[in-house]
Each structure stands twice: as structure tokens, then as C-alpha cells.
Write a protein that binds this ligand. Structure first.
Ligand code: TXA
Ligand code: MG
Length: 328
């Protein structure tokens, strides 16, 4: 059972956001580290808490579609179609930014990332936050994943505490995040739809709604600094190994302290290896992935071996995160 934060807890968190503080909150993908997106001083605290470079743009989280024009200057028909199909949900749209979007949110680019998250607690918080107070209007919460820069995204409130501890003013506990990997990011700031980060919602699903192919980024695509290699990484070195090669690798590495993450039972007679069995289907695999990597990282092994996931479209989001987390 997920803990259900009380209305007063959510109200208190919304007040902290309005006062320029930092609130970590659950979304359906991973936990976010939120601040008032219209307040550069508050947003600066996000970068400080995460140890994140200043030029990395942030996703602005909204309670409802009516708030979109406050943040996006041009809302193409494709954005309306995708919003209708997938929001609230694990999809981020990159649109041309509206005047007044702080540079610290857009990373100085002429675009902004926007999403309406599909988690009841996130939505309650965003609704409680939005509104006016005297001259001030509150509408969007900037929130990256609530981890230290480059590290594994948190999927429980406990992970957030371990990552950021006292650097946050409030952590709302909403239990485990359902999806488990970050949102799919689609750039709609130019004529076509471009996949900037794969996630649970697949390019095929996007293409079906748009009636047009989703393209891969070209040189003119917006920068996605978060798509750096070496992101989402455990501290322990990690290698991706094709399933068929796993037995031979284990033999070759005998004597080292090893952990394995595989969609299979531990082989009979295996000794001195920590074997973590992963769910066979992609939804379950993604849901558990970051918690599993954290657990394996804490064992103090010499090496984590991860069985390479199936090379099929539905696994693109998981494969992307594993590739970035691996050191080979
Ligand atoms: O599921 C998610 O998207 C989670 C939850 C908390 O909503 N958030 C998340 O945020 O993953 P973050 O900051 O860890 O990753 C956001 C990614 C980064 O790679 C960033 O570079 C990219 O989105 N991004 C944000 N705004 C952008 C923009 N205007 N143009 C290009 N990329 C952008
Ligand atoms: Mg992140």
C-alpha cells in the first residue's frame, strides 16, 4: 500500500514551494525535486542541491493543460494531440518557450520542457501550488529527478532522503513510483516530432497518435544535456553482457566479488555471486530497475553484470538507461 499524504501535508508542501523552498515529490516516473519555476532564486536551489551544471534545462510540471500557454509560446496541433492522448502521464514535450520563462529553467535555450504528471500526489501538489497570491501568480513547478547529478534517479522517498537529505525542505512520501524510469521526451519545437529521450511511451505510440513518424535527433535538435553518457550510474563499475555470454563471463571473473541482474533464475551451483532476478516483462523490469541498481551498488562488489535487455522497441527506454549506467 502506498502512503497517502494528507491534504494538510500537501498544503504545507505547496506553501513551501510558494515561499521559494524545495519540495521532493512522487511522480509516476521517478521522484522530482521541485521549485517554483517562475522564481530564479528558488530554481537555483535545485541546481545547488543536485550539484547539477547550470546550463541543464529543467522540466516544468503543470496541474492542467490550461496553464500551458503561460509557458509555451507556440502550441502546435501535434502538442494538443499528444497532450490529449498521454497527459497526465509520462511524456514531456519540448515547445518554444513563452516570454518570461526564466533562463535558468530553459538552460538559455529558446525552448522549454513541459509535462502534466500522472501521479495523484503530484497532481494534488501542483493544483494546491497553482493560483495567485497578491501580485504573484504561481503556475509551474520545475523539477528534475531528485538525485545527485549523474546518479540513479530515486523511485522511493527513502532514495530521496539518501540522495539529498537535508538539502530539501520537504519530502512527500507517495510510495514506489509505478513506471520507474523517466518520462519520454518529444521535441515539437520545430516542424517534426523528434525523440530526445526514450521512456515507457514508445515512438510507435507517439507516431500512431500523430500519424507521422517520430525522428531521431539531428545536429539542430535541442541540446539534452541530461542525455549524457555516464548518467544514471551506480558507483560500482557495471557491464552489460548478452545473456548467452553470461556463464562464460562469470567463469572468467571467478575470484572477484560480483553481482548479477538478470531475467533468469540463478544457475544451479552458483557460488559467491549475488544474483538478482529481474521481472521478465518490461513494465515490471522498469518499475524495479533503479531500486535494484541501488541495492546492488550497496553490496560493495567489484563489478555488476547486467544481462543485456531484449533488443526490441518496447525495451528502448530501459536499454537507454542501462547503456548510460554501464561503464563499458
Ligand atoms: O520523468 C521525468 O521526466 C522526471 C520527473 C521528475 O518528471 N524528470 C526528469 O528530469 O527526468 P531531469 O531534469 O532529470 O531530466 C530532464 C531532461 C534532461 O535531460 C534535460 O536536459 C531535458 O530533460 N530537457 C529539459 N528541458 C529541455 C529543453 N528545453 N530542451 C531539451 N531538453 C530539455
Ligand atoms: Mg535526471
Amino acid at each position: 500500500m502506498s502512503p497517502i499524504p494528507s491534504e494538510s501535508e500537501i498544503g504545507r508542501a505547496a506553501s513551501i514551494l510558494r515561499a521559494g523552498g524545495l519540495v521532493a515529490f512522487p511522480t509516476e516516473t521517478v521522484y522530482g525535486l521541485g521549485a517554483d519555476a517562475s522564481d530564479p532564486t528558488a530554481v537555483a536551489k535545485i541546481f545547488a542541491a543536485k550539484g547539477r551544471p547550470q546550463n541543464h534545462p529543467l522540466i516544468v510540471h503543470l496541474a492542467r493543460i490550461e496553464l500551458l500557454p503561460l509557458w509555451a509560446a507556440q502550441i502546435p496541433p501535434a502538442a494538443h494531440k499528444l497532450a490529449a492522448a498521454f497527459w497526465p502521464g509520462p511524456l514531456t514535450l519540448i515547445l518554444r518557450r513563452a516570454a518570461g520563462v526564466p533562463d535558468c529553467v530553459s538552460g538559455g535555450q529558446d525552448t522549454v520542457g513541459l509535462r502534466i504528471p500522472g501521479h495523484p500526489v503530484a497532481l494534488e501538489l501542483l493544483k494546491a501550488f497553482a493560483g495567485t497570491e497578491g501580485e504573484r501568480r504561481f503556475s509551474g513547478v520545475a523539477a528534475p529527478s531528485a538525485n545527485r547529478f549523474g546518479r540513479i534517479s530515486p523511485t522511493t522517498a527513502e532514495h530521496v532522503r539518501a540522495e539529498l537529505g537535508d538539502a530539501v525542505d520537504c519530502i512527500i512520501d507517495g510510495g514506489e513510483c509505478e513506471v520507474g524510469i523517466e518520462s519520454t521526451i518529444i521535441d515539437l519545437s520545430r516542424e517534426r516530432a523528434v525523440l530526445l529521450r526514450p521512456g515507457q511511451i514508445t515512438p510507435a505510440q507517439i507516431a500512431a497518435v500523430l500519424g507521422a513518424e517520430v525522428e531521431s535527433p539531428d545536429a539542430a535538435a535541442p541540446r539534452v544535456p541530461g542525455a549524457l553518457e555516464g548518467h544514471y550510474a551506480p558507483r560500482t563499475p557495471m557491464n552489460l553482457v548478452p545473456a548467452a555470454e553470461l556463464p562464460a563471463r562469470l567463469t572468467a571473473l571467478r575470484g572477484q566479488k560480483l553481482a548479477v541482474l538478470a531475467r533468469a533464475e540463478a544457475p544451479e551451483g552458483l557460488k559467491d555471486v549475488y544474483w538478482q532476478e529481474a521481472p521478465r516483462a518490461v513494465a515490471g523490469y522498469a518499475h524495479e530497475l533503479y531500486a535494484s541498481l541501488r541495492r546492488l551498488d550497496e553490496l560493495g562488489c567489484d563489478l555488476i553484470l547486467v544481462e543485456a535487455p531484449p533488443a526490441v522497441p518496447g525495451w528502448q527506454g530501459v536499454s537507454d538507461r542501462l547503456r548510460r549506467a554501464s561503464s563499458d
